[in-house]
Design a protein around this ligand. Structure first.
Ligand code: UT7
Length: 312
C-alpha cells in the first residue's frame, strides 16, 4: 500500500511586510533583497496569533480538501521550530482544537526540512498498516525569533502554515521514494541564540543548499528508475530563488514547473513546502499523475526529499 496526499491546505497571516517597509527598519534595499533572494514581500502574524492558530487554519483546509473530518485522523504531527511553548506540543493543541479523537500527537524539530521529515514518517505508519489518515503540518511564527536589527536575516523570513493529510492511495500513486539526512557539523551555521533570536551564516548555508537540493532531487527520481526529464513539477524549500534555481536547472525543467511562493512569503521554514504545494495544487499547476519532487533543507543541517505521483 502506498501513502500519498489526500488533501492540502495553507494559511498566511494578513499583514504584508514589503521590501520597501524593511528599508525603513534596516540598511537594505528592495533591489538587494530581490536580486539576492527573489523575495518581494512576506507575511507577519499579529501579536495575538500564535503558531497553533495558524496551524489550525491550515489543518482545517487540508481536512476539507481531503473530504475528511478531524475524527478520521489517526495521528497528528507538527513540524515547527517556533511552537507556542516548548510543551505542550502544537500537535496536542491541534488535537484538542480540531476535536480529533485521542490520537497520537507530536511536534518534530528538523528546521526547514521538518515538513519533509513529517511526511516521510507518516508514510511509514501508513505503509505498515498501523494508521490510515495522518495530519502533517509545517508551521512557523519566525517573526518572534527574528532579530529586527540584523539585515542579514530579518529580510528573509516570514510567518505561515501549510498542512497535508497523508493516507493510503491507489497503486502507482503517492510517495514513490524518499531521502532523509543530517549533518550536525553544520549546526553552528544556523541556530537559535540564547537570546532567542535566529543566527545564520548565510554563505555557508547557501553553499550547502546549492549542493544538497539538486543532489537530493536527482537521487529520489533515479531511485525509482526515472530520469530528470520525467519530473513534471518541483516544489523546493522556498528559501532563496537562487538556491531553488540550482535544483531546477540540475533537473533541466522549465521555469513554470517550479513553485515560486518565496516571492510572496519569503522563507517560512517548515511551512514553505506545504504552502507552495497547496497553492500550486489549487492553481492547477500540479495535476493528476504528475511526477512531483518535494525537496527541503535547513538548520541542523537537515534535508529531505520525495518523488511522488500526484493523485489518490
Ligand atoms: O531556510 C534556512 C536556510 N537559509 C538559507 O537558505 C539562506 C542561505 N543563504 C542565502 O540565501 C544567502 O547567503 C543570503 C541571501 C543570506 C545572502 O546572500 P549572499 O549573496 O550570500 O550575500 P553575502 O552574505 O555574500 O553578502 C553580500 C553583501 C555583504 O556586504 P559586504 O560584506 O560584501 O560588504 C552583506 O553585508 O551584502 C550585504 N548584505 C546586505 N545588503 C543589503 C547582507 N544582507 C543585506 C541586506 N541588504 N539585507
Amino acid at each position: 500500500m502506498n501513502a500519498g496526499f489526500l488533501g492540502v491546505g495553507h494559511f498566511a497571516p494578513e499583514k504584508v511586510l514589503t521590501n520597501k517597509d524593511l528599508e525603513k527598519i534596516v540598511d537594505t534595499s528592495d533591489e538587494w533583497i530581490r536580486t539576492r533572494t527573489g523575495i518581494e514581500e512576506r507575511r507577519i502574524a499579529s501579536e495575538d496569533m500564535d503558531t497553533s492558530d495558524m496551524a489550525l487554519r491550515a489543518a482545517e483546509e487540508a481536512l476539507k480538501d481531503a473530504n475528511l473530518e478531524a475524527k478520521d485522523l489517526d495521528m497528528i504531527m507538527v513540524a515547527t521550530v517556533t511552537p507556542d511553548t516548548p510543551f505542550p506540543s502544537v500537535a496536542t493543541m491541534l488535537q484538542h482544537r480540531l476535536g480529533a479523537n485521542k490520537v497520537a500527537a507530536m511536534d518534530l524539530s528538523a528546521a526547514c526540512a521538518g515538513f519533509m521529515y513529517g511526511v516521510i514518517a507518516a508514510k511509514q505508519f501508513i505503509e505498515t498498516n498501523a494508521y490510515k489518515n495522518i495530519l502533517v503540518v509545517g508551521v512557523e511564527k519566525l517573526s518572534k525569533i527574528t532579530d529586527w536589527s540584523d539585515r542579514n536575516t530579518c529580510v528573509l523570513f516570514g510567518d505561515g502554515a501549510g498542512a497535508a493529510v497523508i493516507g493510503p492511495v491507489s497503486e502507482g500513486k503517492g510517495i514513490l521514494s524518499f531521502e532523509l539526512g543530517s549533518d550536525g557539523t553544520g549546526g553552528p551555521h544556523l541556530y537559535q541564540t540564547p537570546e532567542d533570536t535566529l543566527f545564520m551564516n548565510g554563505r555557508e548555508v547557501f553553499k550547502f543548499a546549492v549542493r544538497q537540493m539538486p543532489e537530493s532531487s536527482v537521487y529520489v527520481v533515479k531511485k525509482i528508475g526515472l530520469s530528470e526529464q520525467d519530473v513534471d513539477y518541483l516544489v523546493p524549500h522556498q528559501a532563496n530563488i537562487r538556491i531553488m534555481e540550482a535544483a531546477r536547472q540540475r533537473l533541466g525543467i522549465p521555469e513554470e514547473k517550479m513553485s515560486t511562493a518565496v516571492k510572496r512569503y519569503g522563507n517560512t521554514s517548515s511551512a514553505s513546502i506545504p504552502i507552495a504545494l497547496s497553492e500550486d495544487v489549487k492553481a492547477g499547476k500540479i495535476k493528476e499523475n504528475d511526477l512531483v519532487v518535494l525537496v527541503g533543507f535547513g538548520g541542523g543541517l537537515t534535508w529531505g526529499a520525495v518523488a511522488l505521483r500526484w493523485g489518490k
